[in-house]
Design a protein around this ligand. Structure first.
Ligand code: HEC
Ligand code: HEC
Length: 299
């Protein structure tokens, strides 16, 4: 437990705790262990509450005193066995993270073989294996629906995984790579680099690529800007590039929206979609099944 910024604070906490224990024990024994001296009578100390509730001079009942002692000793034993006294790790060496890791390992040993047996099948045939797809669909519900939706149709900024349009490629191996290592689609903001008119015109030109209505006066100049600045990534015909995750702009499938307003927003502010890596989190066997499942959704 190296959470202290310096060894001093560990000692500070440990010594304060020990002094408190000694203090608590001292006062418990001193006050609670006291007996009424022989011959002395039980009488009121003169403090009265709620009309007739008197504070008497006799000690607390024995069981009450013993309970106090017991809880104090219990706390001392607890601090001896478990972490809590400064950075002392405790006699048992128990830790939350250790317990978590043990449980995860036990679960992996128990359930691992269920997933591992699919690793030897290639993705194409796994995508036709009903048992693998059932497992895949459960894994998808657990780990992927937060972003891609329970039906895998995505949402704004989160791609639909049921269509044939792929940012990073729809081959089984591409899909597996995406899930294993994650992906990042980076498009810089163009707002400061090209004028508002150029952005507007390019947006109109992009709409014509997808067969959408556009302002005819803007198209020629938009095409020029597109060829100069955008074609490097999105391709001369706007069909995108799966190496970069640059979307196809010539279909009517939009990651962030195809209205003039949304396209202008994409160009002006840039976009930066992040698909997190799952290799360490899920392990290859589960990712393998998920890749087959995702592939099956559109094939
Ligand atoms: C935190 C949100 C998040 C989670 C969780 C997530 N994804 Fe993604 N995923 C994204 C985003 C965002 C993208 C698009 C990245 C981009 O814009 O470049 C993406 C892209 C993808 C792609 C590529 C799609 C394409 O068109 O090429 C696949 C396949 C995919 N995710 C599958 C999964 C699977 C399977 C899981 C569950 C294990 C999962 N994702 C979990 C956010 C997420
Ligand atoms: C460095 C490569 C690169 C360049 C240059 C580039 N883009 Fe992009 N663009 C991308 C990537 C990658 C994405 C996807 C971002 C994401 O996944 O979040 C994207 C997304 C978009 C989108 C959103 C598409 C959708 O489906 O919602 C539009 C519109 C767009 N770009 C237009 C342009 C225009 C116009 C230019 C030129 C001014 C341009 N891009 C230049 C890489 C690029």
């Amino acid at each position: 437990m190296a959470d202290f910024t310096s060894g001093f604070w560990s000692w500070y906490v440990a010594i304060l705790s020990i002094i408190s224990f000694i203090g608590v024990l001292y006062f418990t024994v001193r006050v609670g262990g006291k007996k009424l001296p022989p011959g002395e009578k039980v009488e009121s100390m003169g403090h009265v509450w709620d009309e007739d509730l008197h504070e008497l001079n006799n000690p607390a009942p024995r069981w009450w005193y013993l309970m106090f002692l017991f809880t104090t000793f219990w706390a001392m034993i607890y601090l001896f066995l478990y972490p809590g006294l400064g950075s002392y790790a405790g006699y048992l060496g128990w830790s939350q993270i250790g317990q978590y890791e043990e449980e995860v390992q036990a679960a992996n040993e128990k359930y691992g073989p269920i997933f591992d047996k699919f690793l030897s099948s290639d993705l194409e045939s796994l995508a036709k294996n009903p048992e693998a797809l059932t497992v895949g669909s459960r894994l998808f519900s657990t780990y992927c629906t937060t972003c891609h939706g329970s039906d895998a149709r995505g949402a704004r900024g989160f791609p639909n995984l049921r269509d044939k349009d792929w940012l990073f490629g729809g081959d089984p191996e591409n899909i597996k790579t995406t899930i294993m290592h994650g992906r990042q689609g980076v498009m810089a903001a163009w707002g400061a680099l090209i004028s508002e008119k150029e952005i507007h015109d390019t947006a109109e030109y992009i709409r014509t690529l997808g067969g959408l209505s556009a302002d005819p006066a803007a198209i020629a100049s938009g095409q020029k800007t597109f060829t100069t600045f955008c074609a490097v990534c999105h391709g001369a015909d706007g069909k995108g590039n799966i190496q970069l995750g640059a979307p196809n702009l010539s279909d009517d499938i939009w990651l962030y929206g195809g209205s003039s307003k949304k396209i202008i927003e994409s160009i002006t502010n840039g976009r930066n979609g992040v698909m997190p890596p799952h290799q360490d989190f899920l392990g290859e066997a589960k990712v393998h099944i998920l890749a087959a499942y995702v592939y099956s959704l559109s094939n």
